[in-house]
Ligand binder design. Structure first.
Ligand SMILES: Nc1ncnc2c1ncn2[C@@H]1O[C@H](COP(=O)(O)OP(=O)(O)OP(=O)(O)O)[C@@H](O)[C@H]1O
Ligand SMILES: [Mg+2]
Length: 375
């Protein structure tokens, strides 16, 4: 039997834990043509949830079509158009009515069209003479999709990447084109929280107040316990309650890390799993990570590294610039800590959580946090 603890975003409903409420909310938004912004810290399950939603739509609302694109690797508007067109081609296969129309539409743009030898996925090369041509193409593409008389949900993952584009007008263009569509619903997802929030809640920015927010938190202990117990027992293995509690606590219920640990415990092959077997797997994971963690140390300044250790040892820091923390870890002045936080957040190493009590910080990588704690 395959390892049921997947470490890819999504495989099937059966191997996906909970997210029932979020799923219901997102489905309702889709049915009501409400555009959404999905934000969470890294590796908590945004992409998985979108794919789970699309699976649900396919099963229960076959009248709705879905397009998923991940724009993380895109550098400019050209790449965005290419990804969107390829995403549409994946959803609207040739020999269906929209598929054929879409192919003719694409051909009218005079692209070079090829197919990946291994995956068979379409690959497009579009050439433009002017910036204006790109804008026309983007608008044309969205108009085409809008005019097919069918409801299409388009998820744009890692949306904050558009902030990296040299075309500063991208946000305004996209917002304008989207505003004029009637049959499209958009899901904008991303993990760079400060960029995503700036795009959607800064009143000076085009997307201000244009979407409803779906926030993704950690999965509850009770749901995750039941899930873990079920997947082990379906494979003829028994796991103790203490072992499950240990897994959830050690991984802080951060989905990616919980899945990784369960995956490793499962892969080790024991059929009777207790805390000892789990601890063995934890050590294996820390050993496997060590090479990467040492690379981080190379990449960071000694001050940044020390601050990471401080956050790891505290687990979570509520008042990063308090006198107590500054002197305990010899961090210097409050303003230097603010700079450290900005740079480490930019590198994706620390995560900030804003609540009524203020901002708290923790390491994004739970395993790195445990490894640093032991230094
Ligand atoms: N509900 C779930 N049930 C089981 N595993 C999940 C669930 N959600 C996420 N995962 C696991 O967690 C990992 C991270 O999920 P995913 O890639 O969806 O997160 P993300 O928020 O999109 O991350 P990133 O910010 O890196 O894009 C996945 O590899 C998957 O194995
Ligand atoms: Mg993702």
């Amino acid at each position: 039997m395959d390892n049921p603890f997947i470490i890819k975003p999504y495989k099937s409903k059966d191997l996906f834990c909970d997210r029932e409420q979020e799923l219901e909310l997102m489905l309702r938004n889709c049915l009501n043509f409400t555009d959404m912004t999905l934000i969470s810290q890294r590796r908590l399950g945004k992409t998985g949830l979108i794919l789970r939603l699309f699976d649900e739509i396919k099963e229960k609302h076959a009248e709705i079509s879905t397009i998923y694109i991940d724009i993380l690797a895109s550098r400019r508007i050209d790449d965005f158009i290419k990804l969107l067109a390829e995403g549409a081609m994946r959803s609207f296969k040739p020999k269906t009515s929209i598929g054929d129309k879409f192919l003719s539409f694409i051909k009218s743009l005079r692209p070079q069209l090829s197919f990946d030898n291994i995956t068979g996925e379409p690959q497009l090369q579009l050439t433009y003479n002017t910036a204006q041509e790109k804008e026309y193409t983007l608008r044309g593409l969205l108009e085409f999709l809008d005019q097919q008389g069918t409801h299409i949900v388009i998820a744009i993952d890692e949306f904050q990447q558009i902030r990296e584009y040299p075309e500063e007008s991208m946000e305004a263009l996209l917002r304008t084109y989207i505003q004029h569509t009637h049959n499209l619903t958009f899901i904008f997802s991303g993990s760079k929280k400060h960029l995503m929030t700036d795009i959607f809640i800064n009143e000076k920015k085009p997307f201000y107040s244009s979407t409803t927010f779906v926030s993704l938190d950690k999965i509850s202990s009770s749901s995750y316990s039941t899930f873990i117990r079920r997947l082990f027992s379906q494979s003829g293995k028994v796991i103790s309650d203490e072992a499950i509690d240990f897994i959830l606590e050690w991984t802080r219920r951060h989905t990616y890390y919980t899945q990784q640990l369960c995956h490793t415990v499962y892969a080790n092959g024991d059929s009777d799993i207790n805390v000892a077997q789990v601890k063995t797997a934890c050590n294996q994971l820390l050993e496997q990570g060590e090479y990467t963690y040492l690379q981080y140390r190379q990449m960071l300044t000694p001050k940044q590294w020390n601050f990471l250790i401080a956050v790891a040892k505290e687990g979570i820091i509520h008042k990063a610039t308090s006198a107590e923390i500054l002197s305990k870890y010899k961090l210097g002045t409050p303003s230097s800590v603010t700079r450290l936080i900005d740079s480490l957040r930019e590198k994706g190493l620390i995560n900030d959580e804003v609540s009524l009590e203020g901002t708290s910080y923790s390491l994004n990588d739970v395993f790195l946090s445990h490894w640093l704690e032991s230094l």
